[in-house]
Ligand binder design. Structure first.
Ligand code: ADP
Ligand code: MG
Length: 844
């Protein structure tokens, strides 16, 4: 059962928490509120966080409020709310929505009770009691933090509906930006109308008549013939529903448009067999052709809002218009001088114009300002974080010029190849970081096979040479084990001890490894990110290498700091990220590129085929295997239905093994296998015992078998381009010419178009750029990657130049005022952003 909302609480006075208690209260409530709004954003999907699901997070957090003097009614209520989440998973969407709404409203009310009212918020109750005498003539605008229920014209029902859309306060409504605009601002003559475009005309009614469709009694039609000095046009309005077929109703409708009346019409121009027409446009009758247009919508850019279930578009627009006067209370983050220098609209004008643009020019400026602010805040946050990081001192890894005779030098001479110029450059960048007093925070980007791993190993040896330990973390056990094995190929000869620690390390061995790590006997520890978990204590951790995708987030860094560690950090990724995305995500990192492949690789030939030509793929596999090569067959793993994917992998494996290649060994690799079994499967494929490996995408990261020369990717349309590119990188590691076949079963032309990018290009950056454009940043990074910035309006695909401007501005502001002493509004916004990011990270 869901408890009732706390609407009754307003009678209670502020509980008067002292400052410290208030801080603790806020630290507790913010992540809760954030989790709730994330859950709303994700459509009540019981969000899966990195560690737990939304429901268990809520249950725990609501059940463990901070130990501060809370009003007596609060703790039992919290317990009841916490209990409600035990059943959350079994509820249907509507019930989940109700429950989330109730809790959101209650927490909001609670926060209002306990938090002293912000100085910015004007006294709320005054709104209704505007005095009639000396009051200013403009109506008092509701405060930005007023609940929508207190806005005149918004009743409890409507407020509840809005709350379920995540709109609780006046500010939420103002920040609910239009998703698009219909351009009614082009006032045209009839002869200038172009089919397919929206336009407004002012014309005279020549004839109007209404009738019910002879074929469909539920459909009535009103037809107008209009004329202006340049031509004529037909306007049709369709009225669906029996009630409209009443003749007297229809007559009443036609009487609104008497012959000779002047009307303004806005809508989409269509062309038909009888010339051009407007269908279901907005029509307004005017006093005369010169009279100003009365309707606020005719002849302008009409905003279109994102899904507002249960609310008509008109209703929603009028709600926005109701709260819009409050924008003048909106705090301005940028001083006048800075705004003028960049020709930015003021924040309040931009907010008004984004909802009610007077022209497309003004809309453009408004959008520019709001996008600028989003990027500015993001970049300020990242730059401050970077600055804070640099203030701490890091392990000193500088070593003498005789380096090259040390571990690192011996390693480099041991390798059967020379570093490419790109590898040398990146290693030099890393070495120069390590020589500094401040901790390195560097991201190395490079295509699959560009040789990132050896560069990372070189960096680790550099740390060990200076007397420190290193850790290497991979996103999966398979990859960790593989790193471990390659390290074992080099380290014993250098007398450097390496250990592997994963979830499947047996207890006894684990204890020994932990002891060696703590004593410093173990120099390099390889594992998954579980390495950061508590029992692992390093003696002298100098460098952490994070391989592939696993962004080393604030949380992980804090965990290390919590252990008194501030090591150098090196992150490596094979998913090249477009610059806008890199700046937004990794603006606090230095970035190095390995933009050159080792010599001797033959480019992979990629082709797209349809499922009905699958036999071509099998023929190719057969040919290559006859030549002594090996092949992957990859199936998509859609995370939501792991079971189904598993089934399809098992089915395909059986079919290939029994029917297609009965004479060959066919392996099967998927995420449900125990780690030891995975290893056995990979080993069999690497040794050539199995020639064909059927796999889900677990093969994506890092599996390295140089003899593999064919990759067939089933349902390629279900993968992202960046991911496909990664997968493709599993072949072409040897000298033999390699092939990648993308099987596309989708009829969707966009899917085809996407896959063609891959057929055409092997440049990871170009592919990532296209992926960003076609699918958006969330998809490019994959759901596993968190920390994607919170951008309402800005597009990482289109607003690159604004991002650069905002980045410059942020740097300039921080140069002038590193603590933002003179920027109270920015400071507050940054605080809010930080608490949002922290709570999102907790849940993600
Ligand atoms: P990445 O991690 O970037 O995908 P790896 O470091 O795993 O790439 O390198 C891929 C393969 O290329 C490995 O077998 C590695 O030993 C080899 N390799 C790395 N650098 C070079 C080089 N400069 N010349 C030749 N082979 C190289
Ligand atoms: Mg690698």
């Amino acid at each position: 059962m869901v408890a009732q909302p706390a609407g009754d609480s307003s009678t209670q006075l502020n509980a008067g928490l002292d400052y410290q208690a208030l801080e603790r209260f806020l630290v507790w409530i913010r992540p809760l509120q954030q989790a709730l709004s994330l859950e709303v954003d994700r459509g009540f999907s019981n969000l899966q966080g990195r560690n737990e699901r939304f429901d268990s997070f809520m249950q725990r957090e609501l059940g463990t409020p901070p130990q501060i003097p809370l009003p007596g009614d609060v703790p039992p209520r919290l317990l009841a709310l916490a209990k409600d989440f035990a059943d959350y998973a079994s509820l249907d969407d509507a019930a989940r929505r109700r429950q989330v709404t109730v809790v959101r409203q209650w927490l909001h009310a609670l926060r209002q009770r306990l938090e002293p009212s912000a100085p910015m918020a004007p006294p709320r109750l005054k709104v209704a009691q505007r005095s009639s005498s000396s009051a200013p003539s403009t109506p008092a605008a509701p405060g930005l933090d007023s609940p929508l229920a207190q806005v005149k014209g918004i009743g409890p029902k409507l407020a509840e509906r809005l709350a379920s859309l995540g709109l609780l306060l006046v500010r939420d409504l103002i920040l609910h930006y239009p998703r698009d605009y219909v351009d009614y601002s082009a006032l045209l003559r009839i002869d200038a109308l172009v089919p397919g475009e929206t336009a407004t005309i002012v014309a005279t009614v020549r004839r109007c008549h209404g009738f019910t469709s002879p074929r469909n009694p539920n459909l009535s039609i009103i037809e107008l013939q209009l004329q202006d000095p340049t031509g004529r046009i037909k306007v049709t309005r369709f009225l669906a529903g029996k009630r409209f077929s009443n003749p007297s109703y229809l007559h009443g409708q036609t009487r609104q448009y008497p012959n000779g009346a002047t009307v303004a019409v806005s809508g989409l121009v269509k062309s038909g067999p009888y010339g051009i027409s407007f269908q279901d446009p907005l029509i307004e009758v005017m006093e005369s052709a010169q009279a100003p247009l009365r309707s606020s919508r005719i002849g302008r850019l009409l905003p279109v809002y994102p899904l507002t279930e249960g609310l008509t578009a008109d209703r929603f627009r009028s709600l926005i218009e109701r709260v819009l006067p409050s924008v003048r209370l909106w705090p301005e983050p940028l001083p006048r001088g800075r705004r003028d220098a960049r020709q930015l609209l003021s924040r309040d004008r931009a907010l008004v114009a984004i909802h009610c643009p007077e022209s497309s020019d003004q809309l453009q400026q408004a959008r520019h300002r709001l996008v600028f602010d989003e990027f500015l805040l993001l970049q300020l946050g990242l730059m401050q974080r970077r600055a804070a990081l640099k203030q701490r001192s890091a392990p000193s890894l500088s070593s003498s010029a005789s380096d090259r005779d040390g571990l690192l030098g011996r390693f480099l001479t041991m390798l059967p190849f020379e570093f490419t110029a790109a590898q040398q450059r990146v290693l030099a960048e890393i070495e120069s970081d390590l020589n500094r007093q401040e901790p390195m925070a560097r991201l190395v980007q490079g295509d699959v096979g560009s040789g990132k791993t050896v560069v990372a190993v070189a960096a680790l040896l550099r740390a060990i040479q200076a007397g420190w330990q290193g850790a290497m973390m991979a996103p999966t056990e398979v990859l960790a084990e593989q790193h471990y094995r390659s390290l074992c190929g080099w380290m014993p000869a250098l007398h450097v001890t390496v250990e592997l620690l994963t979830g499947s390390t047996p207890q006894k061995q684990r204890r020994r490894i932990l002891a060696d790590v703590a004593s410093g006997a173990c120099k390099i520890l390889v594992g998954t990110h579980a390495l950061l978990e508590d029992p692992v204590a390093f003696s002298r951790l100098g460098l952490v290498v994070v391989d592939e995708q696993h962004r080393f987030g604030v949380r992980q860094r804090n965990r290390l700091l919590g252990k008194g560690l501030q090591p150098h950090l090196l992150t490596m990724t094979a998913t090249p990220i477009p610059r806008t995305l890199a700046l937004s995500l990794h603006g606090d990192l230095d970035v190095s590129q390995i933009d050159e492949l080792p010599p001797g690789r033959t480019p992979i030939r990629t082709a797209m085929i349809t499922g009905s030509n699958r036999d071509e793929a099998y023929d190719l596999i057969r040919d290559e295997v006859d030549k002594g090569q090996r092949a992957y067959v990859v199936l998509p793993l859609v995370e939501e239905s792991e079971k189904m994917d598993l089934r399809s992998a098992v089915d395909v494996h059986r079919q290939l093994a029994d029917e297609v290649f009965p004479d060959l060994q066919v392996g099967l690799l998927h995420g449900r296998l125990a780690s030891a079994d995975k290893q056995a499967v990979i080993r069999a494929f690497a040794s050539g015992e199995t020639k064909v490996l059927v796999s889900t995408t677990v093969v994506e990261v890092g599996v390295d078998v140089p003899e593999a020369s064919v990759m067939v990717i089933d349902h390629a349309d279900r993968f992202g381009l960046a991911q496909l590119h990664q997968l493709r990188g599993r072949v072409g590691r040897g000298a033999a010419a390699s092939h990648c076949l993308l099987i596309n079963d989708s009829r969707n032309p966009l899917a085809r178009q996407r896959l063609e990018v891959l057929v055409r290009s092997t440049d990871g950056f170009e592919i990532a750029e296209m992926d960003l454009r076609l699918r958006g940043p969330g998809q490019v990074l994959g759901t596993r990657q968190s920390g994607l910035p919170d951008l309402a309006l800005a597009s990482l695909a289109d607003d690159g130049s604004v991002l650069e401007e905002a980045r410059e501005e942020a740097a300039d502001i921080l140069r002038e005022d590193p603590e933002l002493r003179d920027y109270a509004v920015l400071r507050r916004l940054l605080d809010e952003q930080r608490s949002r990011v922290t709570s999102a990270a907790q849940l993600n």
